[in-house]
Design a protein around this ligand. Structure first.
Ligand code: HEM
Length: 406
Protein backbone atom coordinates (compact mmCIF):
# COMPACT_ATOMS: atom_id res chain seq x y z
CA UNK A 1 0.00 0.00 0.00
CA UNK A 2 1.15 3.54 -0.66
CA UNK A 3 0.77 6.75 1.17
CA UNK A 4 -2.56 8.38 0.35
CA UNK A 5 -1.10 11.80 -0.55
CA UNK A 6 1.50 10.55 -2.99
CA UNK A 7 -0.87 8.12 -4.66
CA UNK A 8 -3.36 10.75 -5.79
CA UNK A 9 -0.74 13.40 -6.69
CA UNK A 10 -1.39 14.98 -10.14
CA UNK A 11 -4.55 13.07 -10.58
CA UNK A 12 -8.25 13.80 -10.60
CA UNK A 13 -9.24 10.51 -9.12
CA UNK A 14 -11.94 11.17 -6.50
CA UNK A 15 -11.09 10.26 -2.93
CA UNK A 16 -13.56 8.44 -0.68
CA UNK A 17 -12.87 8.30 3.03
CA UNK A 18 -15.41 5.54 3.70
CA UNK A 19 -14.20 2.29 5.28
CA UNK A 20 -15.73 -0.59 3.27
CA UNK A 21 -14.81 -2.93 6.14
CA UNK A 22 -16.73 -0.94 8.78
CA UNK A 23 -19.51 -3.04 10.31
CA UNK A 24 -22.27 -0.59 9.30
CA UNK A 25 -21.10 -0.78 5.66
CA UNK A 26 -20.98 -4.56 5.76
CA UNK A 27 -24.48 -4.70 7.25
CA UNK A 28 -25.89 -2.50 4.47
CA UNK A 29 -23.35 -2.12 1.65
CA UNK A 30 -25.65 -0.52 -0.93
CA UNK A 31 -25.18 3.16 0.05
CA UNK A 32 -21.39 2.64 -0.24
CA UNK A 33 -21.77 0.80 -3.56
CA UNK A 34 -23.92 3.66 -4.89
CA UNK A 35 -21.33 6.26 -3.83
CA UNK A 36 -18.53 4.21 -5.36
CA UNK A 37 -20.28 3.97 -8.75
CA UNK A 38 -21.34 7.63 -8.72
CA UNK A 39 -17.98 9.09 -7.69
CA UNK A 40 -16.21 8.03 -10.88
CA UNK A 41 -14.87 5.07 -12.85
CA UNK A 42 -11.99 4.77 -10.37
CA UNK A 43 -11.83 6.13 -6.81
CA UNK A 44 -9.13 6.22 -4.18
CA UNK A 45 -9.98 4.78 -0.75
CA UNK A 46 -7.95 7.01 1.52
CA UNK A 47 -8.18 4.81 4.62
CA UNK A 48 -6.31 1.98 2.93
CA UNK A 49 -4.38 3.77 0.16
CA UNK A 50 -5.92 1.65 -2.60
CA UNK A 51 -7.92 2.30 -5.77
CA UNK A 52 -11.42 0.91 -6.07
CA UNK A 53 -13.86 0.29 -8.91
CA UNK A 54 -17.59 -0.41 -8.67
CA UNK A 55 -19.04 0.22 -12.13
CA UNK A 56 -19.79 -2.94 -14.08
CA UNK A 57 -17.87 -2.09 -17.26
CA UNK A 58 -14.72 -0.94 -15.43
CA UNK A 59 -14.75 -3.94 -13.08
CA UNK A 60 -15.11 -6.22 -16.09
CA UNK A 61 -12.20 -4.48 -17.82
CA UNK A 62 -9.87 -4.84 -14.81
CA UNK A 63 -10.70 -8.51 -14.31
CA UNK A 64 -10.09 -9.27 -18.00
CA UNK A 65 -6.73 -7.49 -18.14
CA UNK A 66 -4.39 -9.84 -16.32
CA UNK A 67 -1.36 -8.15 -17.90
CA UNK A 68 -1.83 -4.74 -16.26
CA UNK A 69 -3.77 -5.99 -13.23
CA UNK A 70 -1.93 -8.84 -11.56
CA UNK A 71 -3.23 -11.41 -9.12
CA UNK A 72 0.21 -12.37 -7.84
CA UNK A 73 0.15 -9.50 -5.33
CA UNK A 74 -2.81 -11.24 -3.70
CA UNK A 75 -6.54 -10.93 -4.21
CA UNK A 76 -7.03 -9.47 -0.74
CA UNK A 77 -6.34 -5.96 0.53
CA UNK A 78 -2.72 -6.46 1.57
CA UNK A 79 0.12 -7.30 -0.81
CA UNK A 80 1.13 -10.89 -0.08
CA UNK A 81 4.59 -10.29 -1.57
CA UNK A 82 5.40 -7.63 1.03
CA UNK A 83 6.14 -7.72 4.76
CA UNK A 84 3.00 -7.80 6.90
CA UNK A 85 1.05 -10.14 4.58
CA UNK A 86 -1.70 -11.79 6.57
CA UNK A 87 -1.62 -15.14 4.76
CA UNK A 88 0.16 -17.49 2.37
CA UNK A 89 -0.64 -17.11 -1.36
CA UNK A 90 -3.14 -19.35 -3.11
CA UNK A 91 -1.38 -21.55 -5.69
CA UNK A 92 -4.09 -20.83 -8.28
CA UNK A 93 -5.85 -17.54 -7.63
CA UNK A 94 -2.68 -15.69 -6.68
CA UNK A 95 -0.46 -16.59 -9.62
CA UNK A 96 -0.49 -15.01 -13.09
CA UNK A 97 -0.32 -16.57 -16.55
CA UNK A 98 1.57 -18.49 -17.83
CA UNK A 99 2.03 -20.29 -14.48
CA UNK A 100 -1.68 -19.89 -13.78
CA UNK A 101 -2.69 -21.41 -17.13
CA UNK A 102 -0.91 -24.67 -16.34
CA UNK A 103 -2.24 -25.00 -12.79
CA UNK A 104 -5.75 -24.12 -13.93
CA UNK A 105 -5.72 -26.78 -16.66
CA UNK A 106 -4.69 -29.48 -14.17
CA UNK A 107 -7.30 -28.44 -11.62
CA UNK A 108 -10.03 -28.23 -14.27
CA UNK A 109 -9.52 -31.92 -15.02
CA UNK A 110 -9.98 -32.79 -11.33
CA UNK A 111 -13.48 -31.30 -11.35
CA UNK A 112 -14.50 -32.05 -14.92
CA UNK A 113 -18.25 -32.33 -15.73
CA UNK A 114 -17.86 -36.13 -15.78
CA UNK A 115 -16.45 -36.12 -12.24
CA UNK A 116 -19.16 -33.74 -11.04
CA UNK A 117 -21.98 -35.85 -12.46
CA UNK A 118 -20.87 -38.66 -10.16
CA UNK A 119 -21.64 -36.46 -7.16
CA UNK A 120 -25.17 -35.53 -8.17
CA UNK A 121 -26.75 -38.63 -6.63
CA UNK A 122 -25.10 -38.25 -3.24
CA UNK A 123 -25.79 -34.49 -3.17
CA UNK A 124 -29.47 -35.17 -3.94
CA UNK A 125 -29.68 -37.82 -1.20
CA UNK A 126 -28.08 -35.43 1.27
CA UNK A 127 -30.54 -32.68 0.26
CA UNK A 128 -33.38 -35.13 0.87
CA UNK A 129 -32.15 -35.91 4.40
CA UNK A 130 -31.72 -32.22 5.27
CA UNK A 131 -35.18 -31.28 3.96
CA UNK A 132 -36.74 -34.25 5.87
CA UNK A 133 -35.32 -32.93 9.13
CA UNK A 134 -36.29 -29.33 8.39
CA UNK A 135 -39.86 -30.22 7.46
CA UNK A 136 -40.23 -32.30 10.61
CA UNK A 137 -39.31 -29.20 12.64
CA UNK A 138 -41.21 -26.70 10.48
CA UNK A 139 -39.62 -23.69 12.14
CA UNK A 140 -35.88 -23.61 11.33
CA UNK A 141 -32.91 -21.36 10.88
CA UNK A 142 -32.45 -21.82 7.15
CA UNK A 143 -28.78 -20.83 7.33
CA UNK A 144 -27.57 -23.13 10.09
CA UNK A 145 -30.09 -25.97 9.84
CA UNK A 146 -30.66 -26.10 6.10
CA UNK A 147 -27.82 -24.57 4.05
CA UNK A 148 -24.82 -25.17 6.33
CA UNK A 149 -26.02 -28.64 7.16
CA UNK A 150 -26.33 -29.49 3.47
CA UNK A 151 -23.11 -27.87 2.18
CA UNK A 152 -20.97 -29.15 5.03
CA UNK A 153 -22.07 -32.71 4.38
CA UNK A 154 -22.26 -32.62 0.58
CA UNK A 155 -19.19 -30.57 -0.33
CA UNK A 156 -16.85 -31.80 2.38
CA UNK A 157 -17.82 -35.37 1.40
CA UNK A 158 -16.84 -34.62 -2.19
CA UNK A 159 -13.63 -32.87 -1.15
CA UNK A 160 -12.56 -35.93 0.82
CA UNK A 161 -10.30 -34.75 3.65
CA UNK A 162 -10.36 -35.76 7.30
CA UNK A 163 -11.30 -32.69 9.32
CA UNK A 164 -14.14 -32.16 11.81
CA UNK A 165 -17.01 -30.44 9.98
CA UNK A 166 -17.29 -27.80 12.69
CA UNK A 167 -13.78 -26.57 11.83
CA UNK A 168 -14.64 -25.75 8.22
CA UNK A 169 -16.76 -22.75 9.16
CA UNK A 170 -14.28 -21.06 11.50
CA UNK A 171 -11.40 -21.69 9.09
CA UNK A 172 -13.38 -20.43 6.12
CA UNK A 173 -14.27 -17.30 8.03
CA UNK A 174 -10.61 -16.82 8.98
CA UNK A 175 -9.60 -17.06 5.34
CA UNK A 176 -12.07 -14.38 4.23
CA UNK A 177 -11.10 -12.17 7.16
CA UNK A 178 -7.43 -12.45 6.18
CA UNK A 179 -8.37 -10.96 2.82
CA UNK A 180 -9.32 -7.69 4.53
CA UNK A 181 -7.52 -5.34 6.92
CA UNK A 182 -5.93 -6.21 10.25
CA UNK A 183 -9.05 -5.05 12.10
CA UNK A 184 -11.06 -6.20 15.12
CA UNK A 185 -13.07 -8.65 12.98
CA UNK A 186 -9.86 -10.28 11.73
CA UNK A 187 -8.31 -10.46 15.20
CA UNK A 188 -11.43 -12.02 16.77
CA UNK A 189 -11.48 -14.64 14.04
CA UNK A 190 -7.77 -15.47 14.52
CA UNK A 191 -8.35 -15.99 18.24
CA UNK A 192 -11.21 -18.39 17.50
CA UNK A 193 -9.18 -20.57 15.16
CA UNK A 194 -5.94 -20.61 17.17
CA UNK A 195 -6.74 -23.99 18.82
CA UNK A 196 -7.51 -25.70 15.50
CA UNK A 197 -4.72 -24.36 13.26
CA UNK A 198 -2.67 -27.55 13.59
CA UNK A 199 -5.67 -29.64 12.49
CA UNK A 200 -6.04 -27.28 9.54
CA UNK A 201 -2.41 -27.75 8.44
CA UNK A 202 -2.89 -31.53 8.63
CA UNK A 203 -6.21 -31.45 6.73
CA UNK A 204 -4.64 -30.78 3.36
CA UNK A 205 -1.77 -33.25 3.61
CA UNK A 206 -1.76 -36.64 1.91
CA UNK A 207 -2.40 -38.54 5.14
CA UNK A 208 -5.76 -36.77 5.56
CA UNK A 209 -7.17 -37.86 2.23
CA UNK A 210 -10.41 -39.85 2.22
CA UNK A 211 -10.40 -42.04 -0.92
CA UNK A 212 -12.76 -41.07 -3.74
CA UNK A 213 -12.85 -37.30 -3.37
CA UNK A 214 -11.33 -34.30 -5.17
CA UNK A 215 -8.36 -34.25 -2.76
CA UNK A 216 -7.29 -37.74 -3.81
CA UNK A 217 -7.56 -36.71 -7.47
CA UNK A 218 -5.39 -33.66 -6.84
CA UNK A 219 -2.62 -35.76 -5.29
CA UNK A 220 -2.87 -38.26 -8.16
CA UNK A 221 -2.44 -35.35 -10.60
CA UNK A 222 0.62 -34.24 -8.63
CA UNK A 223 2.03 -37.77 -8.95
CA UNK A 224 1.51 -37.62 -12.73
CA UNK A 225 3.57 -34.41 -12.79
CA UNK A 226 0.60 -32.10 -13.53
CA UNK A 227 1.33 -29.96 -10.46
CA UNK A 228 4.80 -29.02 -9.24
CA UNK A 229 6.11 -31.61 -6.74
CA UNK A 230 4.91 -30.92 -3.21
CA UNK A 231 2.11 -28.52 -4.22
CA UNK A 232 -0.85 -30.94 -4.17
CA UNK A 233 -1.59 -30.03 -0.55
CA UNK A 234 -1.90 -26.31 -1.21
CA UNK A 235 -4.17 -27.02 -4.18
CA UNK A 236 -6.44 -28.98 -1.83
CA UNK A 237 -6.29 -26.02 0.55
CA UNK A 238 -7.49 -23.70 -2.22
CA UNK A 239 -10.71 -25.75 -2.51
CA UNK A 240 -11.10 -25.85 1.21
CA UNK A 241 -10.63 -22.07 1.40
CA UNK A 242 -12.79 -21.11 -1.56
CA UNK A 243 -15.52 -23.72 -1.78
CA UNK A 244 -17.41 -23.91 1.51
CA UNK A 245 -18.32 -20.46 2.82
CA UNK A 246 -18.98 -19.00 -0.62
CA UNK A 247 -21.54 -21.66 -1.46
CA UNK A 248 -23.21 -21.40 1.95
CA UNK A 249 -23.39 -17.64 1.39
CA UNK A 250 -24.84 -17.98 -2.11
CA UNK A 251 -27.51 -20.56 -1.26
CA UNK A 252 -28.40 -18.70 1.96
CA UNK A 253 -28.85 -15.49 -0.02
CA UNK A 254 -31.09 -17.33 -2.50
CA UNK A 255 -33.36 -18.59 0.28
CA UNK A 256 -33.55 -15.10 1.75
CA UNK A 257 -34.78 -13.64 -1.54
CA UNK A 258 -37.21 -16.49 -2.11
CA UNK A 259 -38.65 -16.06 1.40
CA UNK A 260 -38.98 -12.30 0.85
CA UNK A 261 -40.55 -12.72 -2.60
CA UNK A 262 -43.33 -15.33 -2.44
CA UNK A 263 -44.35 -14.61 -6.04
CA UNK A 264 -40.85 -15.65 -7.22
CA UNK A 265 -41.14 -18.84 -5.13
CA UNK A 266 -44.44 -19.60 -6.86
CA UNK A 267 -42.64 -19.25 -10.22
CA UNK A 268 -40.06 -21.84 -9.11
CA UNK A 269 -42.78 -24.22 -7.99
CA UNK A 270 -44.40 -23.89 -11.39
CA UNK A 271 -41.07 -24.27 -13.17
CA UNK A 272 -38.41 -26.00 -11.00
CA UNK A 273 -35.94 -25.74 -13.88
CA UNK A 274 -35.46 -22.12 -12.82
CA UNK A 275 -33.64 -22.94 -9.56
CA UNK A 276 -30.21 -22.29 -11.08
CA UNK A 277 -31.40 -18.93 -12.43
CA UNK A 278 -32.66 -18.08 -8.92
CA UNK A 279 -29.23 -18.87 -7.49
CA UNK A 280 -27.41 -16.71 -10.05
CA UNK A 281 -29.85 -13.86 -9.49
CA UNK A 282 -29.33 -14.06 -5.72
CA UNK A 283 -25.54 -14.02 -5.97
CA UNK A 284 -25.81 -11.06 -8.33
CA UNK A 285 -27.79 -9.17 -5.66
CA UNK A 286 -25.77 -10.28 -2.65
CA UNK A 287 -22.38 -11.13 -4.14
CA UNK A 288 -20.65 -13.43 -1.60
CA UNK A 289 -17.12 -12.35 -2.64
CA UNK A 290 -17.59 -8.68 -1.76
CA UNK A 291 -14.31 -7.45 -3.19
CA UNK A 292 -11.29 -8.95 -4.93
CA UNK A 293 -8.09 -7.08 -5.59
CA UNK A 294 -5.49 -6.82 -8.32
CA UNK A 295 -2.13 -4.99 -8.35
CA UNK A 296 -1.08 -2.64 -11.15
CA UNK A 297 1.98 -3.98 -13.01
CA UNK A 298 3.11 -0.49 -14.08
CA UNK A 299 1.44 2.86 -14.68
CA UNK A 300 -1.82 2.17 -16.47
CA UNK A 301 -4.72 4.16 -17.92
CA UNK A 302 -8.15 3.05 -16.88
CA UNK A 303 -11.16 4.97 -18.23
CA UNK A 304 -9.14 8.17 -18.41
CA UNK A 305 -7.56 7.77 -15.00
CA UNK A 306 -3.80 7.35 -14.71
CA UNK A 307 -3.13 4.69 -12.10
CA UNK A 308 0.24 4.40 -10.42
CA UNK A 309 2.48 1.37 -10.52
CA UNK A 310 2.30 -1.31 -7.81
CA UNK A 311 -1.04 -0.20 -6.40
CA UNK A 312 -3.91 -2.34 -5.23
CA UNK A 313 -7.20 -2.00 -7.11
CA UNK A 314 -10.30 -3.31 -5.31
CA UNK A 315 -13.03 -4.66 -7.59
CA UNK A 316 -16.27 -4.39 -5.61
CA UNK A 317 -18.28 -7.17 -7.21
CA UNK A 318 -21.45 -6.37 -5.28
CA UNK A 319 -21.38 -2.79 -6.61
CA UNK A 320 -20.79 -3.90 -10.20
CA UNK A 321 -23.62 -6.42 -9.98
CA UNK A 322 -26.14 -3.72 -9.08
CA UNK A 323 -24.95 -1.20 -11.65
CA UNK A 324 -28.12 0.24 -13.22
CA UNK A 325 -26.20 0.81 -16.47
CA UNK A 326 -25.95 -2.96 -16.82
CA UNK A 327 -28.93 -4.38 -14.94
CA UNK A 328 -32.28 -2.59 -15.35
CA UNK A 329 -34.11 -2.23 -12.03
CA UNK A 330 -30.98 -3.66 -10.38
CA UNK A 331 -32.32 -4.07 -6.83
CA UNK A 332 -35.24 -6.29 -7.86
CA UNK A 333 -34.96 -10.07 -7.42
CA UNK A 334 -36.36 -11.86 -10.45
CA UNK A 335 -35.94 -15.55 -11.28
CA UNK A 336 -36.72 -14.64 -14.89
CA UNK A 337 -33.54 -12.58 -15.21
CA UNK A 338 -30.88 -14.68 -16.98
CA UNK A 339 -27.65 -13.39 -15.46
CA UNK A 340 -25.40 -16.47 -15.40
CA UNK A 341 -22.23 -15.58 -17.29
CA UNK A 342 -23.11 -11.87 -17.11
CA UNK A 343 -22.90 -10.98 -13.41
CA UNK A 344 -19.42 -10.96 -11.89
CA UNK A 345 -20.20 -12.67 -8.57
CA UNK A 346 -18.10 -15.63 -9.75
CA UNK A 347 -15.41 -13.38 -11.19
CA UNK A 348 -14.67 -13.12 -14.90
CA UNK A 349 -11.56 -13.44 -17.06
CA UNK A 350 -8.84 -16.05 -16.59
CA UNK A 351 -9.43 -16.37 -12.84
CA UNK A 352 -13.20 -16.85 -13.04
CA UNK A 353 -14.46 -19.27 -10.41
CA UNK A 354 -13.26 -22.77 -11.22
CA UNK A 355 -15.71 -24.26 -8.73
CA UNK A 356 -18.84 -22.58 -10.11
CA UNK A 357 -20.30 -25.79 -11.49
CA UNK A 358 -19.91 -27.44 -8.09
CA UNK A 359 -21.62 -24.46 -6.45
CA UNK A 360 -24.46 -24.58 -9.01
CA UNK A 361 -24.83 -28.34 -8.59
CA UNK A 362 -25.15 -27.93 -4.81
CA UNK A 363 -27.67 -25.12 -5.28
CA UNK A 364 -29.66 -27.15 -7.78
CA UNK A 365 -29.82 -30.16 -5.43
CA UNK A 366 -30.92 -28.41 -2.24
CA UNK A 367 -33.18 -25.81 -3.88
CA UNK A 368 -34.64 -28.49 -6.14
CA UNK A 369 -35.55 -30.63 -3.13
CA UNK A 370 -37.13 -27.65 -1.36
CA UNK A 371 -39.15 -26.66 -4.41
CA UNK A 372 -40.37 -30.23 -4.77
CA UNK A 373 -41.60 -30.55 -1.20
CA UNK A 374 -42.19 -27.11 0.29
CA UNK A 375 -45.31 -25.10 -0.42
CA UNK A 376 -44.31 -21.85 1.33
CA UNK A 377 -41.21 -20.36 2.97
CA UNK A 378 -42.33 -17.79 5.54
CA UNK A 379 -39.86 -15.42 7.17
CA UNK A 380 -40.34 -15.49 10.94
CA UNK A 381 -37.60 -13.01 11.90
CA UNK A 382 -35.08 -10.59 10.43
CA UNK A 383 -32.21 -12.05 8.36
CA UNK A 384 -28.90 -11.26 10.09
CA UNK A 385 -25.55 -10.99 8.30
CA UNK A 386 -22.23 -12.21 9.71
CA UNK A 387 -19.41 -9.71 9.89
CA UNK A 388 -16.67 -11.15 7.66
CA UNK A 389 -14.21 -8.80 5.94
CA UNK A 390 -14.33 -10.16 2.40
CA UNK A 391 -17.52 -12.21 2.42
CA UNK A 392 -21.19 -11.28 2.40
CA UNK A 393 -22.92 -14.13 4.19
CA UNK A 394 -25.92 -14.64 6.43
CA UNK A 395 -25.57 -15.67 10.05
CA UNK A 396 -29.22 -16.50 10.46
CA UNK A 397 -32.45 -16.71 8.47
CA UNK A 398 -35.42 -17.75 10.64
CA UNK A 399 -38.20 -19.28 8.55
CA UNK A 400 -41.19 -21.58 8.71
CA UNK A 401 -41.23 -24.23 6.00
CA UNK A 402 -44.77 -25.29 5.13
CA UNK A 403 -44.87 -28.70 3.42
CA UNK A 404 -46.91 -29.31 0.29
CA UNK A 405 -50.04 -31.35 0.86
CA UNK A 406 -49.29 -35.09 0.53
C1 HEM B 1 -21.36 -19.26 -4.68
C2 HEM B 1 -20.20 -19.86 -4.60
C3 HEM B 1 -18.92 -19.24 -5.06
C4 HEM B 1 -18.61 -17.93 -5.27
C5 HEM B 1 -19.49 -16.70 -5.10
C6 HEM B 1 -17.22 -17.88 -5.73
C7 HEM B 1 -16.56 -16.72 -6.10
C8 HEM B 1 -15.34 -16.72 -6.76
C9 HEM B 1 -14.74 -15.56 -7.38
C10 HEM B 1 -15.34 -14.15 -7.38
C11 HEM B 1 -13.57 -15.96 -7.93
C12 HEM B 1 -12.59 -15.09 -8.74
C13 HEM B 1 -11.40 -14.65 -7.92
C14 HEM B 1 -10.49 -13.72 -8.72
O1 HEM B 1 -10.80 -13.34 -9.83
O2 HEM B 1 -9.45 -13.35 -8.18
C15 HEM B 1 -13.40 -17.36 -7.64
C16 HEM B 1 -12.30 -18.13 -8.00
C17 HEM B 1 -12.09 -19.41 -7.51
N1 HEM B 1 -13.01 -20.22 -6.88
FE1 HEM B 1 -14.90 -19.72 -6.42
N2 HEM B 1 -16.72 -19.16 -5.73
C18 HEM B 1 -17.72 -20.02 -5.34
C19 HEM B 1 -17.63 -21.40 -5.22
C20 HEM B 1 -16.46 -22.12 -5.34
C21 HEM B 1 -16.31 -23.54 -5.10
C22 HEM B 1 -17.44 -24.47 -4.72
C23 HEM B 1 -14.97 -23.83 -5.27
C24 HEM B 1 -14.22 -25.13 -5.13
C25 HEM B 1 -14.58 -26.26 -5.31
C26 HEM B 1 -14.30 -22.61 -5.66
C27 HEM B 1 -12.97 -22.50 -5.95
C28 HEM B 1 -12.39 -21.40 -6.56
C29 HEM B 1 -11.00 -21.36 -6.99
C30 HEM B 1 -9.97 -22.45 -6.79
C31 HEM B 1 -10.83 -20.10 -7.60
C32 HEM B 1 -9.57 -19.56 -8.26
C33 HEM B 1 -9.65 -19.76 -9.77
C34 HEM B 1 -8.49 -19.16 -10.53
O3 HEM B 1 -7.81 -18.28 -10.01
O4 HEM B 1 -8.27 -19.59 -11.66
N3 HEM B 1 -15.23 -21.60 -5.69
N4 HEM B 1 -14.52 -17.81 -6.95
Amino acid sequence: MQNADTAILDSDIPVLDIDPYAEEVMRDPEPFHHQLREAGPVVFLSKYGVYAVGRYDVTHKVLHDHVHFLSSGGIGLTDIRKPGALRAPSPISEVDPPQHTQVRAALTKVISPVVLRQWKTSFTEEAGRVVDRCLEKGQVDAVTETVQEFVLNAFTGALGVKMPKANFLDLGEMNFNQMGPDNEIYRRSMERVAPILDDYQRAFQRESVIPGGFAEKIFEAEDRGEFAPGTGGVQVRSFLRAGVDTTIAGIGETLKHLAQNPAEWEKLKANPGKVKAAFDEAIRLGSPARVIYRVTSGEVDLEGCRLRDDMKVGCFLGAANRDPQKFPDPDRFSVDRETAGVHVALGTGVHNCIGQNIARLEAECILGELVRRVDRIELTGEPVYRMVNALRTLESLPVRLVAKAA
